[in-house]
Design a protein around this ligand. Structure first.
Ligand code: UDX
Length: 447
């Protein structure tokens, strides 16, 4: 099948390469010439494990092409995906900015030839696919097309794996013809017995938001339980396991921490609230999820202050990990972006390290932050070490070397990577999330 993908960002590129891997002929289109040049020169505009290999293999096989020209890509394609960005609106009011989606719809419309299925893959508010159909009809009244919705559920860092081995595929269509074509497109997954759910377009659009909001709910829920654990002397890791072994609850997404970040959960929970508000429906649980996430970050600042003995002023705080999760250079909505400025504002001297995120972090964090090329250098003379993102590099850190470097062996583990017993043995005062602190260096009375 001939497929065009509009937008070679994260989702477009992974999906384009993935469909080519299924055996389809794919053309990826982007307006940004530098991105297309980059691919033509054998580089990729983003890093994603395994992506370079499948892009290379499918380009060599002639199944994957890149262009800036819609005129080249659209007329011969049976399926055209819109995979452009839908950032939070610049007004900061939680609405998704649909400018790029509608612009793509208008441009696609003018090049349509034979019957085409236009599929919205970008995460968009319910009703957007219908708007796209309206725009296409307006621009090209004679065009033969259907509009469909096919949301993506890719995790950064695992996107290629997730595309080729999803838990499910969701297809929202309004016509039998579009349904048959899209099922054909995903035939290789049907052979692997991966469930393909066919629904109406509004339903498919809502599944995406409901899924992300539910995952965010699990995180905010366990963060509140972690806070409760701290007050009553329980251990949240055991509580999460005890809950999660009930298959109705499940073990995943019950890891407490500084709150969720990234390009999806913060944006999609807020957008869902806007959709609900406009429809006159209360979404009180999701409202609470968003509030709890913000409060969790503030709580982490208080936790660090407590570990520093009650004040940040003049204290050296080493921060390990800046990105919103490990194995990415993505800083979007990372907890570090709220926690570090709060520490700096109260007079802490922050020394930071991240394996991938420092370039972007330099741009986004206060100028007072000192960036170090090495985690041990960041910890030198520290009054407290804060583990903010659970990179493997930090999981394997040499604790005795660290202890010799710091001014005071105080460790705040916002990801519960270490065991309190081990940290006590290693001679650290150790604070984590939802577990009792241990005092391997000082006695609690002195701290
Ligand atoms: C997420 C969804 O998983 C994916 O399906 C969707 O399409 C896009 O958003 P991603 O943003 O790449 O993917 O990251 P994910 O691994 O889901 O983590 C999101 C955030 O939640 C991170 O900040 C992570 O640290 C946090 N998190 C995750 C927790 O705090 N606890 C958990 O148990 C899981």
């Amino acid at each position: 099948m001939n497929v065009a993908i509009i937008g070679t960002g994260y989702v477009g590129l992974v999906s384009g390469a993935g469909f080519a891997e299924f055996g389809h002929r794919v053309v990826c289109v982007d307006k940004d010439e530098s991105k297309i040049m980059c691919v033509h020169n054998g580089d990729l505009p983003i890093y994603e494990p395994g992506l370079e290999e499948i892009v290379k293999r499918n380009r060599q096989a002639g199944r994957l092409q890149f262009t800036t020209s819609l005129e080249e890509a659209i007329p011969g394609s049976q399926v055209v995906f819109i995979a452009v960005g839908t950032p939070e609106s610049r007004r900061g009011d939680g609405y998704a900015d649909l400018t790029y989606v509608y612009e793509a719809a208008r441009e696609i419309a003018s090049f349509l030839g034979n019957y085409t299925v236009i599929v919205v893959k970008s995460t968009v508010p319910v009703g957007t696919a219908r708007q796209v159909a309206r725009i296409v009809r307006e621009v090209n009244p004679g065009a033969e097309f259907d509009v469909a919705s096919n949301p993506e559920f890719l995790r950064e860092g695992d996107a290629v794996f997730d595309f080729l081995n999803p838990d499910r595929v969701v297809i929202g269509v309004e016509s039998e013809k579009a349904r048959r074509i899209l099922l054909d497109l995903y035939r290789p997954l049907q052979k692997k017995e991966i469930p393909i759910l066919v629904t109406g377009v509004e339903t498919a659009e809502l599944i995406k938001y409901a899924s992300n909001a539910f995952l965010a709910t699990k995180i905010s829920f366990i963060n509140e339980i972690a806070n409760l654990c701290e007050e009553v002397g329980a251990d949240v890791q055991d509580v999460a396991r005890g809950m999660g072994l009930d298959q109705r609850i499940g073990l995943k997404f019950l890891q407490p921490g500084p709150g969720y970040g990234g390009s999806c959960f913060p944006k999609d929970t807020k957008a869902l609230l806007r959709i609900a508000q406009e429809s006159g429906v209360a979404c009180r649980i999701v409202e609470a999820v968003v509030e709890v996430n913000a409060a969790q970050r503030a709580r982490m600042v208080r936790k660090i202050r407590q570990a520093l003995g009650g004040s940040e002023a003049g204290k050296v705080v080493a921060v390990l990990g800046l990105t919103f999760k490990p194995d990415t250079d993505d800083m979007r909505e990372a907890p570090s972006l709220t926690i570090i400025p709060a520490l700096v504002e109260r007079g802490a001297l922050v020394r930071a390290h991240d394996p991938q995120g420092m370039k972007e972090a330099r741009r986004l964090l206060p100028s007072e932050v000192l960036f170090c090329d090495d985690p041990y250098e960041a910890c030198s003379e520290a009054d407290a070490v804060v583990l903010m993102t659970e990179w493997n590099e930090y999981k394997n850190i040499d604790l005795s070397r660290l202890k010799r470097l710091v001014r005071k062996p105080v460790f705040v583990d916002l990801r519960n990577v270490f065991s309190p017993g081990d940290m006590e043995k290693a001679g650290f005062d150790y604070f984590s999330v939802g577990r009792k602190p241990v005092y391997g260096f000082s006695s609690p009375a002195c701290s």
